[in-house]
Design a protein around this ligand. Structure first.
Ligand SMILES: C[S@@+](CC[C@H](N)C(=O)[O-])C[C@H]1O[C@@H](n2cnc3c(N)ncnc32)[C@H](O)[C@@H]1O
Length: 472
């Protein structure tokens, strides 16, 4: 035995178990709800945050951190799964989902935030003790210590296949999108590596909150008086709220004179309203109106031109939301709950028709962090007949000389150009209108005549719009 004196123990103070960490427990609960109950993060989080605030000791910074942990972990799940898989000695499907959630949450803190390594590991291990028990906390500790040995770039070099060998798989792991989604977005965007990488990066950013000043009811000047407000980029009715801006605190929003509406959604309504129609321009239809963002803007624009808007929506509760969005509209409008594929109105009744059809939502991935992992390629087949049925009915509902706008918040070609091409074959007396000149000053709208907006080019959701005139 050595006669060297033993080194004094480093931790002279008695071990004190760290206090429970409400931020990480809340983030874990939210991830479990998304995983177990197929909940949506943007719906599950607000009540959890409210309850935490009401319980006390949970301030705005805690709420911001919890939100970042949940959204960031969900968005980057594909990347973190690949890294965790490299650090455990069994297939990920054999790791219990709650354990995986704690590991992903830890991986995000280590690789996607500025939280110091020791704090990220110890907070995650403590979370694991509380929600999983001591035994599994040891496993979490071991895995996170391995992950902490490298930074994100280092890990990506190890776990992503080289770009030259498999570009789509490489981008899927590096930018955390399912491979089929990378493929579909790239097909629609076209071009080389730089563009698709910018798009995938933009999908991983939190979108700005954009307001619309509903014409005749509010002005952008009024909205710009808000502290965190900046002018919109493209829509004359848009105002952006920078970090910390709270839409609910804006008087015009509380009064329904303004609303929260992505600028891409505003541009779709503006392009339809601006399309030239021959003759009468009095009857406008929004055939898929719920929850009413575009209907409220169209209603206000119609009012300014002496036209009437009929807003139709199949789901009665969503028709209720449309009625709320249109309450106080400065001109005549009506809301009905109706199936747009079997409409109660007569053919040829309308001068302008919008159908913003149900779709995969692949253009709004910034807003719904879990959506990319839930969607399946088979979903496209489910939407295809409905999208065609709604466009067919819209083309029947418009009079000769009037215009139909077919919109999606997906850039997937199967939901955009393929639907339009099919219906143009069935309705030979139609013309596509070049929509690009209707959005003056908006660059990079594509080759036309339809338009495709993109998060990385326009800062909007990836909305698609084709404008079709009936000529006979
Ligand atoms: C993409 S959302 C429309 C968003 C809306 N235009 C807005 O800007 O707020 C599609 C809407 O179509 C509705 N819908 C689905 N099937 C329908 C049908 N057969 N007829 C009419 N509406 C339908 C959905 O309930 C959903 O509210």
């Amino acid at each position: 035995m050595s006669d060297q004196p033993r080194r004094p123990r480093k931790h002279a103070k008695p071990y004190r178990r760290p206090k429970k960490d409400p931020v990480r427990i809340l983030a874990f609960e939210a991830l479990r709800a998304v995983d177990e109950r197929d909940a949506y993060a943007n719906l599950v989080l607000p009540p959890l945050l409210r309850r935490a605030r009401e319980a006390g000791g949970f301030d705005a910074r805690d709420a911001a951190l919890a939100t970042e942990l949940v959204y960031g972990t969900l968005r980057r799940q594909g990347t973190y799964d690949a890294i965790v898989a490299a650090c455990v000695d069994r297939p990920l499907r054999e790791v219990d989902p709650p354990v995986l959630d704690v590991l992903s949450l830890g991986a995000h803190q280590l690789l996607g935030t500025r939280i110091p390594t020791h704090a990220a590991v110890s907070a995650s291990v403590e979370l694991a003790r509380v929600v999983l028990g001591d035994g599994r906390a040891k496993f979490v500790n071991a895995v996170l210590r391995k992950i902490a040995q490298d930074d994100l770039d280092g890990w990506l070099e190890r776990v992503a296949p080289p770009y030259d060998e498999d570009p789509e798989d490489h981008l899927a792991v590096v930018h955390s999108h399912p491979r089929w989604v990378v493929s579909a977005l790239w097909d629609s965007l076209g071009g080389g590596r730089a563009g698709i990488e910018e798009l995938l990066r933009a999908d991983n950013e939190r979108p700005e909150v954009t307001l619309v000043a509903r014409p005749g009811r509010a002005t952008t000047t009024e909205l710009l008086e808000e502290e965190a407000a900046l002018p919109g980029r493209w829509s004359p009715y848009a105002v952006r709220l920078t970090e910390g801006g709270e839409p609910g605190a804006v008087t015009a929003v509380a009064e329904g004179r303004a609303g929260v509406q992505d600028e891409g959604s505003q541009l779709v309504a503006l392009a339809l309203a601006g399309a030239p129609v021959e003759g009468r321009d009095r009857m406008w239809l929004d055939g898929c109106a719920g929850p009413g963002g575009k209907a409220a803007l169209l209603g206000a624009l119609a009012a300014g031109r002496g036209a009437v808007l009929l807003a139709s929506e199949k789901q009665p509760h969503r028709a209720g939301l449309v009625a709320r969005a249109l309450a106080g509209n400065p001109g005549p409008c009506q809301v009905v709950a109706a199936d747009g594929t079997r409409p109660p109105w007569r053919p040829g009744s309308f001068d302008r028709v919008l159908v913003d059809v149900p779709c995969t939502g692949l253009g709004a991935l910034r807003r719904r962090p879990e959506a990319r992992w839930r969607r399946r390629p088979e979903d496209l087949e489910g939407f295809a007949p409905l999208q065609r049925g709604l466009l067919r009915s819209a083309l029947e509902s418009v009079r000769v000389g009037g215009v139909v706008g077919y919109a999606t918040c997906s850039p997937h070609l199967a939901e955009t150009r393929a639907v339009v091409a099919d219906l143009l074959k069935q309705f030979p007396d139609t013309d596509l209108i070049d929509a690009r000149p209707l959005l003056p000053g908006v660059p990079d709208l594509g080759e036309g005549p339809d338009i495709q907006l993109w998060p990385h080019l326009h800062g909007t959701d990836a909305m698609y719009l084709a404008l079709i005139r009936r000529t006979g």
